[in-house]
Design a protein around this ligand. Sequence first.
Ligand SMILES: Nc1ncnc2c1ncn2[C@@H]1O[C@H](COP(=O)(O)OP(=O)(O)OP(=O)(O)O)[C@@H](O)[C@H]1O
Length: 649
Amino acid sequence: MAKPEANIDTLWAELARLAEEGELRRLSCAFARFVATLGAAPPALVLASAVLSELEGHGHSCVQLADLGSGPAELLGWSEEQWKDLARAAGPLPRTGKAWAQLLAGCQQVWDRDAFDYDQPLVLDGERLYLRRYWRDETLVAQAVRERALQAREVDAGTVRGWLDLLFASDRQAEGPDWQKLACAIALRGSVAIITGGPGTGKTYTVARLLALLFATAPEAGSQRIALAAPTGKAAARLKQSIDKALGELADRVGPRLPLRELTLRMGAARTLHSLLGARPDSRAFAHHRGNPLDVDVLIVDEASMVHLEMMASLLDALPPGATLILLGDKDQLASVEAGAVLGDLCHDAQAGAYSRATCDYVQAACGETLPGDFLGDGGPLAQQTVMLRHSRRFGGPIGQLALAVNAGDAVRAESVLRSGQDGVRWIENAQQQHVLQLAQSGYGSYLDVLNTGLKAGFNTNREEWVRQVLQRFESFRILCAVRDGEWGVSGLNEAVAGRLAQAGLLRPQGEWYVGRPVMVTRNDYTTSVYNGDIGVTLPDPARPGALRVYFLEGDKVRSVLATRLRNVETAFAMTVHKSQGSEFRHTVLALPRERGAVLTRELVYTGITRASEQFTLVSPAGAVLAEAIALRTHRTSGLRGMIGTPAR
Ligand SMILES: Nc1ncnc2c1ncn2[C@@H]1O[C@H](COP(=O)(O)OP(=O)(O)OP(=O)(O)O)[C@@H](O)[C@H]1O
C-alpha cells in the first residue's frame, strides 16, 4: 500500500471540488478537517469521515464499512465515476469491511469499543462507523427497548380474556386472528409494545381498548398516570380527539363495571414530544431525562414513524423503568428527515410476526386467539411485543387499493388503479403546472368562500366560529410535493397558486403578509408557542385596524399570534410530503417532479397517498417517474436491529 500521507492534498482538493459542485455538504468537508486536526489522519480516515458526515445528512445513522469497501456511490446519490475519482484521490483503500475496521481501529480519532475511550468523535462498532452522538443514541434506544421487551408483567390471562371479550364486539367478520385483541393482550404483559398498521386499521380504536384494559386490571385505576403524545401538535390533538371519542363510545359498553368517563377526564391533553420532555430554547437537552424522569405510568406515542433517533433516545431516557411505552404508527411511512428510521427498524419482524411458542400460548390464553403457523418464528424480544394490524376499515376503496399496490412495489397495479376511472382516485399524466393551479383554485375555493363572505360581512357576528370555519375548510385540501424547488416543488407551486388565486379575485397577495395567507411554521418557537409543522391562516386583527394575526386550530380551540411575531414560517398552499405526515386531507393532490431524483421513493408516494381521506389526485409531468419512484425503497443504514437482537422470551 502507498504511504498514506502521499495523497492527502489531492484528496482535500477533490473533497473541496465536490463541495464546490454541491455534491458534498461543506459541513462534511469541515468535519473531515476537524477529524484530521485531532491526530495523524491517513487519507482513508479523512475519506471515511467525510462520507460518514455526508450520509448522516441523508438520514443514515452510521456507515457500514462493507459499503465503503464496495463503494457507497448509490447511498451518496453519486455516479460510480464520482466515487471512483474520490477513491482514487485517497489512494489505495481497503476493499472489505474487515480491512476497513482494522485500519480505522488504529486511528487515534476512532474509539474502537475494545480500547480506551477518551471521547473520540468517531466510534467503531464491529464493522459500522458512527459519529459518537448517533452511536450513543442508537445504543441507548436498543438497550432500553430490549430491556423493556424482556420485562414480563404478571398477567391473569383469565381476567384479561374476560375484559377483551367485553371490550371488542363478537360479530367480527374478517378472517384470521383478531389482531386488535391480540395487540391489547400483548401490550398488557410488557413495558413496551408497538402497534403498527396502515391508515384506518384501528390503531386508535385498539389503544382506547388497551387503556380501558389497563384501567380495569390496575390495582388502583384512578391513580394510573396516562400521557398521550405525538411528534407534532396537530397529530397530538388528533390523537386526543380520537381516543376521547373511542373511550366515550366504550363507556356505554362497559357500563358501571368501570368508570371510564371519569377516568378519561383525568387524562390530560395530548402533547408534543418536545413539550412532554420539556424542551428548552436554544438547547438540545430536555428538562426530563433519567435523572428527572417523566411522571407517567403509561405513555402512548402516536405517529411514531416521525420520531427520529435522537428524539427516541431522549424519550426512552426520560421514561421511568416501571412505565409502559406504547408506540403507534405506520412502519411503511416515510421516516423523519433527521437520521434514523427507528419505527421501521423496530418493526422489522412486524409483517412476518415471528412469534415464539410462548407468545402463542399466552395469546391463546389471554384472548382466545390462535396464531396461524405462518406467523410463528424466532423473532427477538421486541418481535414478541409488536403487532401489525392488517385490516383497514377506512381504506377499502381505490385509495386503499392504490396504497397497497404502491406498498407492495407493484407499479403496474398502481397505475391501473389510477387509470381505472373509479371515484376517489385520478391521475393527470403529462401534466402542466396549470393542472395543479386549476385543482388549487377549486380545492381552496371552499375556505376562500368562507373567508371572503366573512370579510364582506365585517365578521362581526360570531367571529370565532368564522375563524374556525376558515381553518377547518383550509384543512380539507392540500397540494403535496416531493421536492422543494422548481416548477413542481413547494416554492414554485406556492408562488404560482397565490398568483392564480389573486388572478381569480379570491385573494389579494400584497407583500409578505396578506389576508388569507396560509402558513406553516418551520421551527419551534417557545416564545410564541408555535411549533414546527403547525398550520395557520392569516386574518385581520379585530383589535388593531390594519394589523394581521395568524390563527391556529388546536383541537376545537382557536388561538392566534401577531403575524409579525412569526419568524419561521412559509406559505402553505403546497407543502412537502414529509411535512404532511400526521395530517389527513379530504382531497390530497400529489405533484411529482419531472425527474425522479434521490428523494422520490416508494415510501414518499405511499405517505402522500395515505394523506387523502376521500379523493387522491396524482399530477405528474412525466409518466415514468411514478414507476421509478415505486421501485426505489428508502434505505437507511443503522445498527439498531442488530443491537436489539435475539433471543426471544
Ligand atoms: N374492530 C373494529 N370494529 C368497528 N370499528 C372499528 C374497529 N376498528 C376500527 N374501527 C373504526 O375504523 C375507523 C378507523 O379506526 P382508527 O381511527 O382507530 O384507525 P387508525 O389506524 O388509528 O387510523 P389513522 O392511521 O388514520 O390514525 C374508526 O372509525 C374506528 O372506529
